[in-house]
Design a protein around this ligand. Structure first.
Ligand code: ADP
Ligand code: MG
Length: 311
């Protein structure tokens, strides 16, 4: 069996024109491999095609062409096995306000035909920190609690893969961190997690692998660390001991910019031996350097580099 939890090959989706809406190409030949045991982030701006991919996997949207295999089950050929291998928390959550969390999970277990002795409602509620709310009405739960309840609901049939579509959109930072902790706990137990997000911070904090999607095309797909190391421009700012008028000769190659009266910002590629050259260029003109600061590169840099090329 494959080492991948999910394999997507040549996936295309064109939404047909309806009413005044024109035909819309949402996915262009998407290939993705999601390794077993990973937390995989599908990152992209609004409208990039993230939910389209998730909804095709969940059987909610019909693909135009291509192949999707979930836990070794082709979604066209082994519909039932493919479905039972994932739990999906959709972007738009709807819930019945009159159910209690316990009632909701029990019913969901029934829908999936989970045998009585394998129903683990309380275990799941505990996992997402809703043990005490087991008997409350769902309508009395906060937004973050509802979202966590939906995670528990998606896990009722114990799928090996959990899929979360924008799990923390509109959720405040504290609740976001709680949800991240839940996701990490599930992953530790062996669950492969696929999540979509348009928050760079979320992908950077949580994911082992990151794919970036833009206008329906995958523009990068790598281990997070590899992706971060691809950033080829760094910025460095030198603060000098006295005011200066002209930028020191010798810095021209580093896109120097004056910052206030005593600082110069330069950019360089970390692969070059640039810092030494910049230091001597400044010192050769008779200034001393009082302070140096650099911007640590983060995912935002990669993201902008990759998505601006094709805007
Ligand atoms: P994301 O989840 O990354 O924000 P979506 O997958 O929801 O992106 O949407 C991708 C593109 O497809 C967008 O341009 C969106 O407007 C369009 N789209 C999504 N759903 C439909 C639909 N049911 N009918 C027509 N166009 C759609
Ligand atoms: Mg979406």
């Amino acid at each position: 069996m494959s080492e991948n939890a999910i394999e997507i090959r040549g996936l295309n989706k064109t939404y047909k024109a309806s009413g005044k809406a024109k035909e819309k190409v949402a996915l262009k030949s998407v290939d993705l491999e999601i390794p077993k045991g990973s937390i995989f982030g599908l990152l992209g701006p609004n409208g990039a095609g993230k939910s389209t991919i998730i909804n095709i996997m969940a059987g909610l949207v019909m693909k135009t062409s291509g192949n999707v295999s979930i836990w070794g089950n082709d979604i066209d050929k082994n519909v039932r096995q493919a479905k039972s291998s994932i739990g999906v928390v959709p972007q738009e959550i709807n819930y019945d306000p009159f159910f209690t969390p316990r009632g909701l999970l029990d019913i969901q277990a029934g829908l999936y035909g989970v045998p009585k002795n394998e129903i683990r409602t309380m275990e799941l509620l505990k996992l997402v920190g809703l043990e005490e709310q087991a008997e409350s009405y769902t309508r009395s739960l906060s937004g973050g609690m509802r979202r966590r309840l939906m995670v528990a609901k998606a896990m009722v049939h114990t799928p090996p893969i959990l899929v979360l579509d924008e799990p923390t959109a509109g959720v405040d930072i504290e609740l976001r961190k709680e949800l991240w902790a839940n996701v990490k706990a599930l992953n530790k137990q062996g669950v492969t997690v696929l999540l979509t997000t348009h928050y760079l911070e979320e992908a950077e904090e949580l994911c082992d692998y990151i794919a970036i999607i833009n206008h329906g095309e995958i523009v990068a797909c790598e281990e997070k660390e590899t992706l971060l190391s691809r950033i080829d421009q760094k910025e460095i700012t030198f603060r000098l001991d006295k005011e200066f008028k002209d930028i020191p000769a010798g810095l021209e190659g580093f896109k120097p910019q004056k910052q206030g009266r005593r600082s110069i910002k330069c950019s360089y590629s970390p692969h070059e031996e640039a810092v030494g050259q910049m230091l001597s260029a400044i010192q050769d003109t008779g200034y001393s350097i009082v302070d140096i600061s650099t911007d640590e590169s983060d995912l935002e840099d990669v993201f902008l580099q990759l998505t601006s090329k094709r805007a």
